[in-house]
Design a protein around this ligand. Structure first.
Ligand SMILES: [Zn+2]
Ligand SMILES: [Zn+2]
Length: 301
């Protein structure tokens, strides 16, 4: 994960507007795209011509105003790969109308998928699920989850079975059988047990809810709206956001492994007190910051 922007509503000296990227095997899944995202995108080396999906949570400017600039820069850099855009229904109309008015033509195909509850994208190695969030406009939360990964390859077993290093190793690692000296070697003979896929949940802007806690059940990393400190809960309720403690309560109920607090209000120069409050409820909490890179390790079983 690379956090590109972790402020809410307005950028601050140290925090840009919301955006976070999943970098996985050469592919990028970008979640929200606040103004200025393209600059961080290039700065953190995310790559202009990778397989890419953009998930937009809702149509508030701070989450979406960077999209046109990013698409345009990708196009000017000669992107050729198709890009998939997921978000509320109105997103595509906005992008299409803006591109027409500004005479922006893209060098690549743009596919739009309207967010709806359930599995919204299904690729071989992963899928993306969607659930309604509770914000002041139509808003969605996302879970990115890998399909189970093959077990760890045991080189010594492969050697003992006489499988020569090279293409046959790779075939076995990808879960397919090979033939060595007339004998069929099955992947199970050289691979450990299948490993569960890794998963990341992203709330976007929302009030906490029991249904979101269910939706985020067991995620390895939960990235949750933490606009306000616990003492400013009245503001969180009024503006349909969450406090750091409410984010921690969702992470705890969901049984998440770790919690990244993000979307901080510009009123907090120092977010350490918010992290402290969250940790009292959910110890594995930390504050996301711009440019922060977080590895999501897999589980062994
Ligand atoms: Zn926001
Ligand atoms: Zn919002």
């Amino acid at each position: 994960m690379v956090f590109l922007g972790t402020s809410s509503a307005t950028p601050t000296k140290g925090r840009n507007l919301p955006s976070v990227a999943i970098r996985r095997e050469g592919e990028v899944v970008l979640m929200d795209c606040g103004e200025g995202t393209q600059k961080s995108f290039v700065e953190y080396g995310l790559g202009i011509n990778r397989e890419m999906v953009v998930l937009i949570t809702h149509l508030h400017g701070d989450h979406v105003n960077g999209l046109l600039g990013l698409l345009q820069t990708m196009s000017m850099s000669g992107r050729g790969k198709k890009l998939t855009l997921v978000g509320p229904g109105g997103l595509y109309q906005w992008v299409k109308a803006s591109m027409e008015m500004l005479s922006i033509g893209l060098s690549f195909d743009l596919t739009f998928v309207a967010a709806k509850p359930g599995v919204i994208l299904s690729r071989g190695a992963y899928r993306v699920r969607c659930s309604r969030a509770n914000h002041s406009v139509e808003a969605w939360s996302y879970v990115f989850e890998e399909t189970p990964r093959p077990g760890v390859f045991d080189k010594s077993k492969a050697v003992a079975l006489g499988v020569p290093e090279g293409r046959k190793w790779s075939t076995l690692q990808h879960g397919r059988s090979v033939t060595v000296g007339g004998r069929k070697i099955r992947p199970a003979e050289v691979l450990g047990p299948k490993r569960p896929g890794r998963s990341v949940g992203y709330s976007g802007d929302t009030r906490p809810s029991a249904s979101l806690a269910r939706f985020f059940r067991g995620v390895d990393l939960l990235i949750f709206d933490s606009t306000f400190a616990a003492g400013d809960k009245d503001k969180a309720v009024e503006r349909k956001h969450s406090t750091c403690v409410e984010a921690a309560e969702v992470a705890k109920k969901a049984g998440a492994r770790r919690l990244a607090l993000t979307h901080f209000s510009a009123r907090y120069r120092n977010v350490a007190p918010l992290v402290k409050e969250a940790r009292e409820v959910f110890p594995e909490s930390f504050a996301a910051s711009d440019g922060m890179s977080v590895d999501v390790p897999g589980r062994t079983q």
